[in-house]
Write a protein that binds this ligand. Structure first.
Ligand SMILES: Nc1ncnc2c1ncn2[C@@H]1O[C@H](COP(=O)(O)OP(=O)(O)OP(=O)(O)O)[C@@H](O)[C@H]1O
Length: 285
């Protein structure tokens, strides 16, 4: 049976009168990457920071690496890698100095040069962190999260501010950590990122888990039914069908070459938006 590194049951957190999360249950098995998705303010950072031991929960059960984060000690913390949503003040130390200092605190740290190469910061190793661009500073955050060779890595919106090429590079980095067996909890607003990296996805909306599944199955089979779209006179027509080929053939028989014909398979982003809108009681577009 898979080794469960994270187990959350009926988690609840309120800030005074305001209930931020009401009933969140999820788990992560060793070696898995779980993406936690949800609209702004849904409670993703709150959930992650409770798992990291930075916030005190109001109710429910939480086990991370077998311990309750509220009472876990320094050895437990050394097994975690944490990339917070914002890193706060940028250090005046150089990238290499900062990583060396941090690596010295861990029992089995990665070599600093290896980490610099992996996050693509070799050429900037001698620069002060405060002088780097936003995307480069984010890579430093990721480097600091992985230098201790964590068993469990928390990535809270890690690629915000990355350009498209840097984001692809980051995905390659995460894949290499996955190959090494690192277990990862990721939050992101980039649905393509979740589709690329996650083994499983949990969507939080309206303070609860609204959906759970793999990138290919979340939202149910009906959410993936292809849409055939074409123009007929002035009107754009569309029809959802499990047999798009047959529909296209019948359109071609009736109309000749149909204008503006396309067959669209809903992306994870389409499915996610349906889940979130349905949860808010809105009619899915
Ligand atoms: N320290 C705090 N005090 C009061 N309310 C808070 C605090 N931290 C978060 N909240 C509230 O709790 C809710 C959940 O916030 P959280 O930051 O966990 O959401 P999120 O899903 O991470 O959002 P985003 O995608 O915007 O980062 C929000 O309504 C937020 O305003």
């Amino acid at each position: 049976m898979a080794n469960r590194l994270v187990e959350v049951q009926h988690l609840r957190k309120s800030y005074g009168e305001h209930v931020a999360i009401d009933d969140v249950s999820l788990h992560i098995d060793e070696g898995e990457t779980l993406a936690l998705l949800g609209p702004n303010g849904a409670g993703k950072s709150t959930t992650i920071e409770i798992l990291e031991g930075y916030r005190v929960r109001s109710g429910g059960e939480v086990r991370v690496l077998g311990e309750d984060p509220q009472h876990a000690g320094i050895a437990w913390r050394a097994a975690l890698g944490i990339v917070l949503q914002s890193s706060g003040e940028a250090s005046v130390a150089t990238v290499r100095e900062e990583l060396r200092g941090l690596a010295a605190l861990y029992p089995d740290a990665r070599a600093v040069d290896e980490v610099l190469a992996v996050v693509g910061l070799e050429e900037h190793a001698g620069r002060r962190i405060a002088s780097l661009s936003g995307g480069q500073q984010r890579r430093v955050d990721v480097a600091m999260g992985i230098v201790g060779r964590p068993r469990l890595l928390f990535l809270d919106e890690p690629t915000t501010g990355f350009d498209a090429e840097a984001r692809r590079g980051f995905w390659a980095l995460i894949r290499s950590l996955q190959t090494d067996g690192t277990t990862i909890l990721l939050t992101t607003h980039y649905l393509e990122e979740a589709a690329q990296l996650a083994d499983r996805i949990v969507v939080i909306a309206d303070r609860r888990v609204a959906a759970e599944g793999t990138p290919a199955t979340i939202g149910g089979a009906d959410a993936r039914v292809p849409i055939v779209r074409w123009r007929e006179g002035d009107a754009v027509r569309e029809q959802r069908t499990r047999e798009p080929g047959a529909l296209v053939a019948s359109l071609a028989a009736r109309l000749g070459e149909p204008e503006a014909l396309e067959v669209v398979r809903p992306s994870l982003e389409d499915v996610y938006l349906d889940i979130v809108r349905t949860d808010r009681g809105m009619v899915a577009a």
